[in-house]
Design a protein around this ligand. Structure first.
Ligand code: PAF
Length: 316
């Protein structure tokens, strides 16, 4: 099986490198001739992990290439997801499979609506990775990738080769897993972006912890109303655990702001606020966080591609 990876960010490069190392056939799709030229001058992806630095030679193409796609990994930023899928639509056929691996919520449902339930697997990962430079990925934290289907509790894991270095898990309740990750992202990401702080400060600065508590309480109320089981204990405890274990990290949202990129606020807090509206629950702290991150993007001259698109509910 040949893997085509759409989205050469940290997760895309991590999967590309690990698939190549596992002996799978894999190639990247890049968005512009300039990116392709930049990639071709190095001819692969560098993976930096516990065992050092490994260069993984790979091919790359532009979306317009006619080669049919067998297995697509869709791991662009969530707000780019629909356009990215459209860009390779002519290469998909009835046998093509799509694994959607993105932050936030909404893009999964969009992919299913476009390609059909049968062809789409949904993933949620706790692997920590970041790009040290373009096409140089650091695998900073070993997690697992839960994979499941929205329309069924059974899902066959895609073939990644016998020696794949990432941990995969069949997930009969992938929607719940996505909600749990969303809960953590709603608690941590907007606050770190707004305060410009490392994750750890959300536990050590009292005013920041109070803000986190308020976001968590509202999230729990919405999850309860939508019938989504979150964690055994309070969400704030779980969020603070993540904050402490990633204390020195800058969240993905803060990194987006600092790199002058649109954030995934619409697919994270925007999704939650939409769910709250559908459930008739007021979430003033999350609404304020959404508005403030939008304002921050605006003040920094970051053009958000998604403020007009209201993320789809996943409860149906
Ligand atoms: O988005 C992120 O940065 C991470 O998922 C986490 C753990 C919320 C914060 O680093």
């Amino acid at each position: 099986m040949h893997w085509t990876i759409l989205g050469a960010g940290a997760i895309g490069c991590l999967w590309a490198a690990q698939l190549q190392r596992a002996g799978a056939s894999v190639g990247l799709v890049l968005r512009s001739p300039e990116r392709l030229a930049q990639f071709q001058s190095r001819g692969g992806v560098s993976l930096i992990d516990d065992s050092g630095e490994t260069f993984c030679p790979l091919s790359a193409t532009l979306a317009a290439t006619p080669r049919p796609i067998e297995q697509l990994l869709l791991c662009t930023k969530a707000y780019d997801s629909q356009a990215a899928l459209e860009s390779v639509w002519h290469r998909l056929n009835a046998d093509s499979r799509i694994l959607v691996l993105q932050n936030g919520m909404g893009s999964q449902q969009q992919a299913i609506e476009r390609a059909g339930n049968d062809r789409v697997l949904i993933g949620s990962t706790t692997d920590g990775a970041y790009l040290r430079a373009p096409f140089e990925v650091v695998h900073a934290g070993h997690g697992e990738t839960a994979i499941g289907r929205f329309d069924s509790t059974a899902a066959t894991l895609p073939d990644c080769g016998p020696h794949f270095g990432l941990q995969l898990r069949q997930d009969p309740a992938i929607k719940t897993t996505l909600w749990r990750k969303l809960a953590i992202n709603c608690a941590i990401n907007p606050l770190t972006a707004l305060y410009g702080c490392r994750n750890g400060e959300l536990a050590t600065v009292q005013a920041y912890s109070r803000a986190l508590d308020a976001l968590c309480e509202e999230f729990e109320a919405v999850a309860r109303a939508r019938g989504i089981p979150l964690f055994d204990g309070p969400l704030r405890d779980q969020a603070l655990l993540v904050v402490r274990t990633t204390a020195n990290n800058y969240s993905s949202m803060l990194q987006d702001i600092r790199h002058q990129r649109p954030t995934e606020i619409e697919q994270i807090t925007g999704f939650l606020c939409n769910e709250a509206r559908l459930a008739g629950i007021d979430v003033p702290h999350n609404r304020a966080a959404l508005q403030q991150v939008r304002q921050l993007q605006h003040n920094r001259g970051i053009v958000s591609p998604s403020t007009s698109a209201s993320p789809k509910s996943l409860s149906n």
